[in-house]
Ligand binder design. Structure first.
Ligand SMILES: Cc1cc2nc3c(=O)[nH]c(=O)nc-3n(C[C@H](O)[C@H](O)[C@H](O)COP(=O)(O)OP(=O)(O)OC[C@H]3O[C@@H](n4cnc5c(N)ncnc54)[C@H](O)[C@@H]3O)c2cc1C
Length: 453
């Protein structure tokens, strides 16, 4: 096999960057992967609880997440894929209501019987409707008011949108909500009734570690704690300033959030004012995530959406209902999380104070919850964790090719109408790597590199 002499930099070692680097290395490019953090995996990166791998932010896959499931198989890890029945609950007015199937909706007391039927018909319609395009420019809140009625909107949809999108909730596109309902409904598996989710035995780290192993095998240079100061191009030659060094490349893929790209290209004359406006047109929220382990089993369901606007977190997850406690040395594992703007008090409050507030609310939801049984606590804050998908979203989606010659951008703001997720990160990583390779092949009119199997 002939090594392709062309050099490519991939910035960001989340799943998008890891996959882009992997594909380019398979095509024998000389790849360097730069990550500003100490570890790889980005938002899906892991930590340990009771000595076992766990994601810092709750993660699972749907059975419809075919891009990442195929990648796992390609990495010869199919054995780690565990298909498990999921169950959900809605926490309304401090009470927990099962909310997994149609019967649960019919028994959901906070809505009148008529509203329950109406909500059910609308969800059923969205599950089967395939054409999301007419929904793209309509606000989910208004669409739901019109078709589900005021009571259903106020009790179900407004709190859900508010929890996920904070003050931006009223502008969220109905196409985004359609995708959530439509895709979730199709997450099924043979022999298991109801919604089925997939979780890799050993955690997402097994997949990112395997990718990392492949990168090293293929000769990719992995630079962690990279101090990239600038991305630009001199005529048609893209370059990075890393620390005090300028490093030239034939192509650069920035698999980083748009605000980070905006910052690194702030001095570039290649970026027009209109491109910069587009680059900063999608606001992001941060995520605050708390994991704890306990000897106590709390709540009957895996996923608890907290539909109270005054609740301090939007979701409570009994991870053990999806992944058995034996996988964590016998302890039960839980998540609580909230999405907030970067300037929100939760981003500044001490960890101790957040735990105090969140545990106090958990005690209200589950009076049997006893803090004395808590074994370990892990607290994380993530910037650029969720983007705002509003009714003008389609106009804001950036092309992969940026105005800087040879520089590409790939991040989850380019995914629409699906929500962001590692599945789409894999898809985007594949696509941007292929595009960059095509352009490089074209510029090197002699062509000629082989794809390793
Ligand atoms: C709370 C929460 C729950 C989620 N749940 C799920 C789930 O259940 N299932 C699922 O599939 N997905 C889930 N996701 C989404 C999933 O984690 C992301 O969609 C996916 O990991 C995005 O990958 P990415 O590579 O595009 O971006 P990121 O993971 O954000 O990676 C970007 C990387 O770029 C690095 N970087 C940034 N700036 C620079 C710089 N200047 N120089 C070098 N490196 C830089 C960052 O450190 C990071 O490692 C969840 C996310 C959150 C926050």
């Amino acid at each position: 096999m002939r090594k392709n002499a062309k050099q490519v930099a991939v910035i960001g070692a989340g799943f998008t960057g890891l996959v882009a680097a992997y594909r380019l290395s398979q095509m024998s490019y000389d790849v360097t992967l730069f990550e500003k953090g100490k570890t790889l995996g980005g938002l899906a990166s892991g930590t340990k609880i009771n000595g076992c791998n766990i994601e810092r932010a709750y993660h699972h896959w749907f059975t419809t997440d075919t891009d990442i499931l195929s990648l796992v198989e390609e990495l010869r890890l199919a054995d780690i894929l565990k298909y498990r029945k999921s169950s959900t609950a809605l926490c309304t007015g401090g009470k927990v209501y099962p909310f997994t199937g149609a019967l649960d909706l019919l028994r959901y007391k906070p809505l009148s019987f008529f509203s329950r039927l109406r909500a059910g018909f609308v969800v059923m319609y969205l599950r089967f409707e395939k054409n999301w395009r007419p929904l793209s420019k309509v606000a989910a809140l208004r669409w739901m008011e019109r078709f589900s009625g005021r009571q259903v909107t106020e009790v179900l949809w407004r709190p859900l949108l508010q929890a996920k999108f904070h003050n931006f909730y009223a502008s969220i596109s109905m196409a985004w909500l359609w995708a959530r309902i439509h895709i979730r409904a199709r997450s099924r598996a043979k022999g298991i009734s109801g919604e089925v989710l997939v979780y890799p035995k050993g955690g997402f780290a097994v997949v990112s570690d395997a990718l990392c192993g492949k990168l090293r095998e293929n000769g990719v240079k992995i630079v962690t704690e990279a101090n990239i100061k600038k991305i630009d191009a001199n005529f048609s030659m893209p370059y990075l300033v890393v620390g005090d060094d300028r490093q030239d490349f034939d192509a650069i893929i920035a698999a980083i959030p748009s605000p980070a790209f905006n910052f690194l290209t702030q001095d570039s004359v290649n970026i027009s004012a209109s491109y910069r406006t587009k680059l900063s047109s999608v606001p992001y929220l941060s995520a605050v995530c708390a994991i704890f382990s306990s000897t106590q089993d709390i709540g009957e369901h895996y996923w608890h959406s907290v539909n109270d606007t005054e609740a301090p977190f939007l979701v409570f997850i009994n991870h053990t209902k999806l992944v058995p406690k034996e996988d964590y040395g016998g302890v039960c594992v839980y998540y609580m999380a909230a999405y907030v703007p970067e300037a929100h008090r939760l981003m500044k409050l001490s960890e101790e104070d957040v735990w105090k507030e969140w545990f106090a609310y958990l005690e209200k939801l589950f009076p049997q919850f006893d803090q004395n049984n808590v074994v370990e606590k892990i607290f994380s804050r993530f910037k650029n964790a969720q983007h705002i998908v509003d009714t003008k979203y389609e106009e804001k989606i950036l092309p992969y090719e940026t105005p800087i010659p040879g520089v590409y951008i790939s991040n989850f703001t380019q995914i629409f109408p699906e929500d962001r997720g590692t599945n789409y990160a894999v898809r985007e990583g594949n696509v941007v790597a292929k595009l960059a390779a095509k352009r490089l092949e074209f510029s090197n009119s002699l062509g000629g590199f082989e794809i390793k199997n």
